[in-house]
Design a protein. Structure first.
Length: 322
């Protein structure tokens, strides 16, 4: 038996290579995570005397998940972890796996900011979060360009403890407090933030778990339209039809408004296809389901169109909060 191909020491789940084992007999293949065996199967070699375990990263990703942020630093303890792969009961290798839903161009050993983009637009009154895979002693620095054009840098966070994914608050308000001054742009750990100070009539703030299952923010500055509908159950009582179960199924259609960067399209594309998303209403986050979108992107640099999508509340009882 000979292992022709195996995962590396660190892998992004969606990019993890297949296990290829050269053997002329049936083998057992097992995966262990957190001291428990989560997979144990027998494999029979094919006509080329090989066993290929496909999409192993997709399987590992099922044991990983991210959480919503809380405070300045959120430790994402379950969005990554070490998996052990055993062949015929003997450990072959350990792999540190980072959750990823789709194939990306990032390097697993140095992924940088865990986001589909490296540049985005932020607003002074909108929260922002950035997530990084950090080892003990590793620093995340912030660099701003203030209103007079001067550049200044400070350490935002220093990681202590085992290697893990951390979600940091990188909002305008926090960076302004750190530097004690206003600024036009900032760079945090490779993420470039451009400040939009335009006064909009309304801002609709959403957050979602991106392709790396870590929190990401989007802000729509266009219109929101309510299309009311009703799936209530009715029946007749004494010859009169009445509602017995009130079940509103309202749907909201949102226009993103102005889009400034081509990279914003990657962010909106990730958002409209997100598994989990929420909207901020009067200081409270509510779960939503994105039901439809009219996503269209022109790859020419000088053509920027608004993105439009529709959503409904995951809990129908929340249909009246807006």
């Amino acid at each position: 038996m000979n292992v022709i191909q195996r995962p590396g020491a660190v892998e992004l789940a969606a990019d993890m290579p297949d296990y290829i084992i050269d053997t002329d007999s049936t083998i057992t293949f097992a995966v262990q995570f957190n001291g428990q065996t989560i997979l144990s199967e027998e494999y029979v070699p094919d006509a080329a005397y090989q066993v290929r375990v496909r999409k192993l990263g997709r399987f590992c990703a099922k044991a990983l998940w991210g959480v919503w942020p809380s405070g300045n630093t959120t430790y994402q303890q379950r969005v990554s972890g070490t998996f052990s792969f055993l062949i015929n009961g003997e450990k072959d290798t350990d792999t540190y796996v980072l959750f990823s839903r789709f194939i990306s161009k990032k390097s697993a050993s140095a992924p940088g900011v865990l986001s589909p983009i490296s540049e985005k637009v932020t607003r002074p009154d909108v929260s922002e979060y950035a997530s990084f895979c950090l080892t003990s002693g590793q620093n995340i620095s912030a660099t701003i360009t203030d209103l007079s054009g001067q550049v200044e840098s400070k350490t935002l966070y220093t990681h202590v403890g085992d290697k893990s994914v951390c979600t940091l608050d990188v909002s305008y308000a926090r960076l302004k407090e750190l530097f004690d001054k206003d600024f036009n742009s900032a760079t945090v750990g490779g993420l470039m933030l451009h400040v939009d100070r335009t006064a909009y009539a309304e801002k609709y703030i959403f957050r979602f778990l991106n392709m790396f299952d870590v929190p990401e923010m989007v802000c729509a500055v266009g219109s929101m339209v309510l299309k009311g509908s009703d799936d209530s159950e009715t029946g007749y009582m004494w010859g009169v039809e009445r509602k017995f179960v009130v079940n509103p199924s309202d749907e909201y259609t949102v226009n993103s408004g102005a889009i400034f960067l081509q990279s914003d399209y990657k962010l909106w594309h990730d958002f409209v296809g997100a598994q989990q998303a929420q909207i901020l209403v009067d200081g409270t986050w509510y779960d939503i389901v994105i039901s439809a979108n009219n996503y269209e992107r022109d790859f020419r640099k000088n053509v920027l169109k608004a993105v439009e999508f529709s959503f409904r509340f995951a809990d129908p009882d929340n249909n009246r909060v807006l």
